[in-house]
Ligand binder design. Structure first.
Ligand code: FMN
Length: 491
């Protein structure tokens, strides 16, 4: 994508008014962005991005929870200078929100996570990268230049795979690890099941193209990172909570049967980029008169991905190429074992955060186990349907943590005033998931910039009209609650 000269954010978090980018008249709100994106995405992608678990109650309550609060604006306060910036992960962020980690962004646009990274850089917004991204963490770091990224981590049962990923993130300069803790099993997403969701053959789960498979032949095309690349749809469905089975983590093959072919999806072999680099350098150093290479088949092709399961006596970890549906969920994680392990592995360079805490009890445990920060999240309503909306869970977490570590929140943020409300309820920072994907689907990098810009502008306007000039002033004094009958009460 051609780079454009754009107004960089100022120290106070917004471009000078005379350099402001013109409006996109087709898209002035996140709701319009969603509609425009929905027209552009294919059904599988649209459903995968937009749906929540089961009936989607938690997904919709994440959004509607914001309308239970109203802002109490103050006036005559000289708001001629507004500073929207906040410090997060040792960086000055233009506005108190970041881009939440969401998997497989190349489904939305061919530039995927790289477009998101470039948009975040131009807007001065931190980016969370999913472990299951369709671009490597190194390429995303390069696209971000000096703008900070954090790595979302699914901690695998086979720690060797996680260790490699953490070490790579450290080397690439990631500022923190967000350990996702709300996925001991995968939530049941019915549209994913119905669509028999799989990553298209030309895409791969880029961080793991070399990992988790039996060593393949030299010309192995690296398709193993792909969600469905080397597994049957049966495995795909049965190992996810998208499965029709009741306990996907306890059985390797307990789900649906399908007629989908039991073979890699990619029709034309594509070389794994890591191996391509390795091949190039070995060519440079190669013997000028090499013996003709006889292709001896010493090792086998990648095996099927199989989810972990318990056979009644012992647990069998996932095997085969790393895929989202077989490897992301890890029912064996625990406060006592997983957090110390991760802290010793990621630290001191990368602080360890937990993403997916939704109760005071777990917030207390998180602090007790020495995490560096908490993200109140329910995975955008994609895990436990019926779980509390994140805005409703936030106050108890904030109270339990008692400012010992920072508390962030995500889920349902669709307007800058939602960020204001979350901060007023005690969050230090917010994360935004689906709206960014909609921006990506609408116009790649420009669409993500548009999404960020809408939220940033709305937040700034909200601050000014509420009579606040710096983020740290935002407190519950600025909110009141509306009850079911429409009566308001101060907090
Ligand atoms: C399509 C999609 C993929 C996601 N992938 C991940 C992921 O790989 N890891 C993770 O921790 N959370 C993931 N999330 C959850 C987000 O990080 C975030 O918690 C959620 O999107 C916030 O809700 P919102 O979409 O309403 O803003 C994903 C969410 C969506 C919508």
């Amino acid at each position: 994508m051609a780079s454009k000269t754009k107004a960089e954010p100022t120290a106070s978090g917004s471009p000078p008014a005379n350099q402001a980018t013109p409006h996109d008249l087709n898209c002035l709100t996140i709701a319009e962005l969603e509609a425009l994106a929905n027209e552009r995405m294919d059904k599988q992608t649209r459903d995968y991005y937009n749906e929540g678990a089961d009936a989607g109650t938690t997904l919709s309550e994440n959004i509607s929870a914001y309308s239970k609060y109203r802002i109490r604006p103050r006036v005559l306060r000289d708001i001629s200078q507004i500073d929207t910036t906040v410090d997060v992960f040792g960086h000055k962020n233009s506005s108190p929100f970041g881009v939440a980690p969401t998997a497989m962004q190349k489904l939305a646009h061919s530039d995927g996570e790289l477009a998101t990274a470039r948009a975040c850089k131009s807007k001065g917004i931190v980016m969370g990268l999913s472990s299951f991204s369709t671009s490597t963490l190194e390429d995303v770091a390069e696209a971000s230049e000096a703008n900070p990224n954090v790595l979302q981590l699914y901690l695998f049962e086979d720690r060797a795979h996680s260790t490699k990923l953490i070490d790579r993130a450290k080397k690439a300069g990631y500022k923190a690890v967000l350990l996702t803790v709300d996925t001991p099993m995968l939530g049941r997403r019915n549209l994913e099941i119905r669509n028999q969701f799989k990553l298209p053959a030309h895409l791969s789960i880029a961080n793991f193209v070399d990992q988790g498979e039996d060593e393949g032949e030299d010309d192995n095309d690296g398709a193993s990172g792909s969600t469905a690349s080397t597994q049957t749809t049966t495995t795909n469905a049965s190992s996810s909570s998208s499965s029709l089975s009741t306990d996907n983590t306890d059985s390797p093959n307990n789900g649906t049967t399908t007629t989908t072919a039991d073979k890699p999806l990619r029709s034309t072999p594509r070389q794994n980029p890591h191996k391509r680099r390795a091949n190039t350098s070995s060519k440079r150093n190669s013997n000028p008169n090499p013996k003709p290479k006889t292709k001896t088949k010493t090792k086998t092709k990648p095996k099927q991905s199989v989810a972990g399961y318990h056979d009644g006596h012992k647990r069998h970890p996932p095997t085969g190429p790393i895929t989202f549906h077989t490897h992301a969920a890890n029912p064996t994680l625990s406060w006592e074992e997983s957090i110390p392990w991760l802290k010793s592995r990621a630290g001191p360079e990368m602080p360890v955060w937990v993403k997916g805490v939704a109760t005071a009890e777990d917030a207390t445990l998180a602090v007790h186990h020495g995490v560096d920060g908490i993200v109140v999240s329910n995975h955008g309503g994609r895990q436990l349907n019926g779980a509390l909306a994140t805005l409703d869970a936030l106050p108890e977490v904030v109270a339990a943590v008692n400012r010992e570590v920072p508390v962030h929140v995500d889920g349902g943020i669709r307007h800058g005033s939602d960020v204001f409300k979350a901060l007023a309820l005690g969050a230090d920072f917010c994360w935004v998931g689906r709206p960014v994907l909609w921006g990506l689907a609408y116009k790649g990098r420009d669409g993500v910039e548009l999404c960020l810009r809408l939220l940033m502008d709305e937040f700034r306007l909200c601050m000014g009209l509420a009579g606040v000039t710096s983020v740290k002033e935002i407190s519950k004094e600025y909110l009141c609650r509306v009850d079911r009958d429409g009566f308001v009460s101060k907090l």
